[in-house]
Design a protein around this ligand. Structure first.
Ligand SMILES: [Ca+2]
Ligand SMILES: [Ca+2]
Length: 593
C-alpha cells in the first residue's frame, strides 16, 4: 500500500528548483517538522476561480519579496516554493512561525490584489483517503472506526508497522493461516500435560494449536468447539496487511512468537509462569533458550484468583528485561484486581470497549486497569483470523470474537508500533505513552477503564516527539444507550480535555456546547467557541458518509453547526462524528495561535 507521507512533500520540494525564486533548493535547509501548533506553510489562492476576470495571476517572485518584510521581525524566511496544479501557491517558512507572524503573513497576503485567499496549510490525513486492500478491512471497526477504533491508519502513515519487534502470544498456539504465516517466528509448546496438549507429549518446540475443543465431561457438560483463540489474538496483532485478503493486523510488520500455554480446558499457572520467563528471554530448565526473545508479551487469559507470587516474579523478570507484558482484564464484569495476571503489578491490564467507544458491559474494570481497547460486544465483535475446524484444524477462516482477550492484542500491537519507532522505550515509558494519549471514555470515574480508549496514532506522535502539524485536542463525549446525549440546556459533555504539544491556547471544555436538534434521531448540532483566527481540520461522519474539511476564522470567534448533511462554517469547528445516539469528537488543529 502507498500511504501518503511527508516524504512525498519533501521530494516535491527538492525537485521544484525552478519555482524557488530566492533560494535554490540545494541551498535551502530542509524544513523542520512543525512545532506543536506552529505554522510553517501557507496555501495562497492566486486567482479566484469564481471570478477569474477580475483576478490576476500572482507573481511568485513579487510575493516572496513582499513576504520578506513580514518575516523580518522574527528572522523567518518565507518563500514561494511551489505552484500547485490549480495555479495556487505554496509558501513555506524556514522555521515554525509564532502566532503573531502567522497572522501578519495572512494579513499581508490578503491585502494583495492578486491573492484571492490565503490559509495556513493543513496536512491531508491519509486515514481518510486510503485504506488497506485486505478484503475484510471494512469490517475492522476496531482499527478504523472514528468512535470505537484505535486510529490505525494515521498511525501507519508515520511509517510504523512493528517491523523488527517480536510479540509473544501466550495462548492456545497458532494454526497455519495465510494471513499469519509470513509473520511467525518459532515459539514453544509449554503445555506440560499431554492429555491437555493433544499432541502426544508435554513441552516441545512445536506451538501449533491442536484444538481446544471439549467433549462433554472434559471440563463441562456440553461439547465446546475449538476456539482457535491464539490464532485470533495473533491476527489482531500482526495479520498481513495489504495482501488483498482477510484482515490487517494493527502491527502488520511485527513478528508473532506463538507460545502455547492453553490446551483442552485451559492451562496451568505453572506453565504460564515458565512461558513468561522464556518468551521474555529468561532461562527455563529443560527448555532451549529462546533465540528470538519478545519485546512484548500478550496474555489474553486469566484466572479468578489474585496475582500469585510466582506469576508476579515472572512478570517482574520480564519487565526487568525491558519487556512489556500486556494482559486482558477478564470478562466477568468484576474488579480486575481479583484476577491473575490482570491484578499483577507491572503488567498493562486492558479492559474492553465497544464499537461506540463505550466500556463493554462484560469487561472487568477498576484500579488495576491501565487502558481500554476494542473488544466488542454482542452487536459487533472483533474480526480476526481463526481456523474453520470444529475440533482439529481444517481451513483458514476469519471470525468476530468478543472479549478482553480481543482488547489486549490491540495494546500489544500498539506497543510494537511504538517500539518500532522508539526501541529504547522501557515498559514504564511505553505504558505512560499509551495511557497519556488514550481518549477518555464517557463517565471515566464510573468506568474504571484506566486512562481511556487506546489511540495508537496519538501515542506514536507523542513517542516520536512529532505532534507535527496535528497538535490535537482530543475530546470525548458520549452517552449510554437510552440516555440523552446532551440535555436541552445545551451542556452535557462527559470526559476530559487532553492535550498534546505546546503553543496552544487554553481551551475550556465548558466552551463546548452541544445540543440535540429535531428530529430526535436526526442531526446533532455542535457549537464550538474558539479563539479568533483558528485554523483547523475536522472530519465528520454521518452514517457511511465521511468528509474532511478545513475551517478558518479570520475575524471573530465563531462556531459551526452540523445540521444533518449541511455544514455551515461560521467560524471554526472541530472534528465531529455523528451516529445514532452517540456523538464523539476528535479534534485536529493543524495550526493555531
Ligand atoms: Ca506438546
Ligand atoms: Ca491480510
Amino acid at each position: 500500500m502507498s500511504l501518503r507521507t511527508p516524504m512525498h512533500l519533501a521530494v516535491a520540494l527538492a525537485t521544484a528548483t525552478v519555482l524557488l525564486p530566492t533560494a535554490p533548493a540545494a541551498a535551502r535547509p530542509a524544513a523542520p517538522p512543525p512545532a506543536g501548533g506552529a505554522v510553517t506553510s501557507f496555501l495562497v489562492g492566486a486567482h479566484a476561480p469564481s471570478d477569474a476576470r477580475t483576478a490576476r495571476a500572482a507573481d511568485p517572485a513579487r510575493l516572496t519579496d513582499d513576504l520578506a518584510a513580514v518575516g523580518r521581525d522574527t528572522g523567518a524566511r518565507l518563500t514561494v516554493t511551489r505552484i500547485l496544479a490549480t495555479g495556487d501557491l505554496l509558501v513555506r517558512a524556514d522555521r515554525p512561525l509564532p502566532a503573531g507572524t502567522t497572522r501578519a503573513v495572512l494579513d499581508r497576503l490578503r491585502q494583495r490584489a492578486d491573492v484571492a485567499w490565503a490559509r495556513p496549510e493543513a496536512r491531508v490525513r491519509p486515514a481518510v483517503t486510503e485504506a488497506p486492500n485486505d478484503t475484510r478491512w471494512s469490517d475492522q471497526w476496531d482499527l478504523h472506526d472514528p468512535l470505537g477504533g484505535v486510529y490505525a491508519e494515521p498511525a501507519w502513515a508515520t511509517g510504523a508497522d512493528g517491523s523488527g519487534i517480536t510479540v509473544a502470544v501466550l495462548d492456545t498456539g497458532v494454526t497455519a493461516h495465510q494471513d499469519l504465516a509470513a509473520n511467525l517466528v518459532p515459539g514453544y509448546d509449554f503445555v506440560s500435560d499431554p492429555a491437555d496438549a493433544r499432541d502426544g507429549d508435554g513441552r516441545d518446540p512445536d506451538a501449533t494449536d491442536q484444538g481446544d475443543w471439549e467433549e462433554p465431561g472434559d471440563c463441562g457438560d456440553t461439547f465446546q468447539p475449538s476456539s482457535w483463540h491464539g490464532t485470533h489474538v495473533a491476527g489482531t496483532i500482526a495479520a498481513r496487511r495489504g495482501d488483498g485478503a482477510g484482515v490487517a493486523g494493527l502491527a502488520p510488520g511485527a513478528r508473532i512468537q506463538p507460545v502455547r500455554v492453553l490446551g483442552r480446558c485451559g492451562g496451568t499457572t505453572a506453565d504460564m509462569v515458565d512461558a513468561i520467563v522464556w518468551a521474555s528471554g529468561g532461562a527455563v530448565p529443560g527448555v532451549p533458550a529462546n533465540p528470538t526473545p519478545a519485546r512484548v508479551l500478550n496474555l489474553s487469559l486469566g484466572a479468578s484468583v489474585s496475582c500469585d507470587p510466582a506469576t508476579q516474579a515472572a512478570v517482574d523478570q520480564a519487565v526487568a528485561r525491558g519487556v512489556t507484558v500486556v494482559v486482558s482484564a477478564g470478562n466477568s464484569g468484576a474488579d480486575a484486581a481479583h484476577y491473575s495476571p490482570a491484578g499483577c503489578a507491572g503488567v498493562v491490564t486492558v479492559a474492553a470497549s465497544t464499537i461506540t467507544g463505550e466500556p463493554a458491559p462484560y469487561s472487568n474494570h477498576g484500579a488495576a486497569v491501565e487502558i481500554t481497547a476494542p473488544g466488542g460486544d454482542r452487536s459487533r465483535g472483533v474480526l480476526s483470523t481463526v481456523n474453520t475446524g470444529r475440533t482439529v484444524a481444517e481451513g483458514d477462516g476469519w471470525a468476530e470474537y468478543t472479549g478482553t482477550s480481543m482488547a489486549a492484542p490491540h495494546v500489544a500491537a500498539a506497543a510494537a508500533l511504538l517500539l518500532d519507532r522508539r526501541p529504547d522505550l522501557t515498559p514504564a515509558e511505553l505504558t505512560a505513552l499509551l495511557r497519556g494519549t488514550a481518549r477518555p471514555t464517557a463517565y471515566p470515574q464510573e468506568c474504571g477503564c484506566g486512562s481511556g480508549v487506546l489511540d495508537v496514532d496519538l501515542a506514536l506522535r507523542a513517542a516520536t516527539g512529532h505532534p507535527g502539524d496535528t497538535t490535537r485536542l482530543v475530546l470525548s463525549a458520549g452517552a449510554r444507550p437510552g440516555e440523552p446525549l446532551i440535555d436541552e440546556r445545551g451542556v452535557h459533555l462527559a470526559g476530559t480535555l487532553s492535550r498534546l504539544g505546546a503553543g496552544l491556547p487554553d481551551w475550556d471544555p465548558a466552551g463546548l456546547r452541544m445540543r440535540r436538534v429535531d428530529p430526535p434521531t436526526g442531526p446533532y448540532r455542535l457549537v464550538l467557541t474558539v479563539p479568533a483566527g483558528t485554523e483547523l481540520e475536522y472530519k465528520y461522519t454521518l452514517g457511511d458518509w465521511e468528509h474532511v474539511e478545513q475551517a478558518y476564522t479570520d475575524s471573530d470567534a465563531g462556531c459551526f453547526d452540523i445540521d444533518n448533511r449541511r455544514l455551515t462554517v461560521a467560524g471554526a469547528g472541530t472534528v465531529q462524528t455523528v451516529r445514532d445516539r452517540t456523538v464523539g469528537f476528535r479534534g485536529v488543529w493543524p495550526c493555531d495561535r
